[in-house]
Every structure is written in structure tokens, then in C-alpha cells.
Design a binder for this molecule. Structure first.
Ligand SMILES: CCCCCCCCCCCC(=O)SCCNC(=O)CCNC(=O)[C@H](O)C(C)(C)COP(=O)(O)OP(=O)(O)OC[C@H]1O[C@@H](n2cnc3c(N)ncnc32)[C@H](O)[C@@H]1OP(=O)(O)O
Length: 214
């Protein structure tokens, strides 16, 4: 059972095992949304990889401010943007997420492929160590969801960095549910290149939310 709230989301009762999580309705991405997100990703890549002369940068900064001003009137609450819920787009259409595509999403697990880009550079050509947990955490969230487990939050997340993770190289991550103990879902995932070389592996505890837990 669920009931409508003023902001258009639905608060859901415990029978649906969503804790205090609202059920957000899917906001479909329009025809240009994927293009828009990719353009923003290019800007992020360029923002960390260019050295622009001051006079040119002053103009570019003004243009960036104008773009932000154009977007501002369209701000919406959580759950009302296409960002994050459009699984057919890289990173589900969220600029925060790695621009990876979900290729498998079922009870056996989740498989996602993609590249780390210049924006994700740590040092000496390798991906920043902080972006791997983002990728793993998101895959774990999807793995729990695909596995039909109740809505859960990450209790812990452990990553083993086994080899340098290269930029601009097609990689794959596969996550699965290892076991379930009451509210606790133990999940694991492996990040490899297309030759199967292990770059990182990880495990996490995902904990089912209790009634009212946000
Ligand atoms: C298509 C689109 C899909 C889209 C899907 C995409 C979704 C992305 C999902 C991302 C998920 C996140 O990142 S969530 C954001 C990051 N995580 C958080 O912010 C969580 C913050 N923490 C919390 O809110 C709380 O700790 C809870 C609600 C998780 C748990 O609190 P609680 O209800 O009081 O539970 P508690 O009794 O402490 O613990 C329950 C059991 O777990 C054990 N436990 C708890 N923490 C730990 C721990 N770190 N290490 C070991 N064990 C632990 C306890 O011992 C206990 O075991 P036993 O005694 O029962 O045996």
C-alpha cells in the first residue's frame, strides 16, 4: 500500500519493504537528454584537461554561467528529473554516475561496461581510487534491486585495488548476491578488462531498511 504525498512522490507502507523511501515515478528521458548529459560529460573532461588563456577563459566562464542560468528555472525535487532512472542511458542518465551501460540486470546479477574518462583521472594515467567505490556501490545497489531484495543501504563497502585501472579502455564489472541473512544482503563484484584481467574486486553489506528509515 502507498499514499500520495504533496510533492508527487508516494510514501510506501512497510508491506512493500521500502523503509521510509518514497516510490519515485519513472521520469522518462526526452530525445535530447542523453545528448545533453554527454555534452556535460565532455565539458567535465575538458574542464580538467585544458589550460585556457585568461582572456578566452573569461568568455567561457560567462557562457558557462549563462548556461547554468538557463537551466536553473527547471530545477525539480529528487525523483522528478530523468537523471538516474533511465537505465538505457550511460550512468542511467546521471552525471554523477560513471557513464557505463547496464548490459545485464536480473536475479543472477548485474553486468555493466564502460570506460573511465579523463574526468576520472587520479595520477599517472590511472583512474582515481575514489571513483571505483562509486562504480561498485552503484552496481551493488542495482544488484540488490535486480535480485528482488528489499530496498537497502550500504552498511560497508570494501574494495581491493588489484591493478592500475586504465582510462579510455573498455572495462566490465559484474556484481552478484552472495548470500542473504535476514535484513543483510552480502554482495560482491569484480572489475576486469575485456581480456579478463582483474583490476579490482569488492564486497559490500547491503542492509534492508526498517519502517521509517530514510
Ligand atoms: C534501476 C535503478 C536501480 C537503482 C539502484 C541504485 C541504488 C544505489 C544504492 C546506493 C546505496 C547507498 O550508497 S546508500 C548510502 C550509503 N549508506 C548509508 O548512508 C547508510 C547509513 N547507515 C544507516 O542508515 C544505518 O546504518 C542502516 C539503516 C543501514 C542500518 O541501521 P540499523 O537499522 O540500526 O541496523 P543495525 O542494527 O545497525 O545493523 C543491522 C545488521 O547489520 C549489521 N551491520 C550494520 N553495519 C555494519 C557494518 N558496517 N559492518 C558489519 N555489520 C554491520 C549489524 O551488526 C546488524 O547485524 P545483525 O545483528 O542483525 O546480525
Amino acid at each position: 500500500m502507498s499514499e500520495q504525498t504533496a510533492d508527487g512522490t508516494e510514501s510506501v507502507t512497510d508491506g512493500e519493504k521500502r523503509g521510509g523511501f518514497p516510490r519515485f515515478r519513472h521520469t522518462p528521458a526526452g530525445p535530447d537528454f542523453g545528448r545533453f548529459v554527454e555534452a556535460m560529460r565532455r565539458l567535465q573532461d575538458l574542464a580538467v584537461s585544458t589550460n585556457v588563456p585568461d582572456d578566452v577563459l573569461a568568455d567561457i566562464a560567462t557562457q558557462a554561467e549563462e548556461l547554468a542560468d538557463r537551466l536553473t528555472p527547471y530545477e525539480v525535487p529528487e525523483g522528478k528529473s530523468p537523471a538516474g532512472s533511465n537505465i538505457q542511458l550511460p550512468g542511467r542518465g546521471s552525471l554523477l554516475m560513471l557513464p557505463w551501460m547496464v548490459e545485464k540486470f536480473d536475479t543472477e546479477g548485474v553486468r555493466s561496461t564502460g570506460v573511465f574518462r579523463r574526468y576520472h583521472l587520479g595520477g599517472n594515467g590511472a583512474a582515481h581510487g575514489g571513483v571505483l567505490p562509486l562504480l561498485f556501490d552503484d552496481v551493488f545497489g542495482m544488484t540488490v534491486h535486480a535480485g528482488g531484495r528489499p530496498i537497502s543501504r550500504t552498511g560497508y563497502l570494501h574494495i581491493n585495488y588489484r591493478a592500475i585501472t586504465p582510462l579510455n579502455t573498455q572495462l566490465v564489472i559484474e556484481g552478484k548476491v552472495d548470500r542473504v541473512e535476514g535484513r543483510k544482503t552480502f554482495v560482491s563484484a569484480r572489475l576486469t578488462d575485456l581480456d579478463g584481467k582483474l583490476l579490482a574486486d569488492g564486497e559490500a553489506l547491503m542492509i534492508e531498511l526498517l519502517p521509517g528509515q530514510p
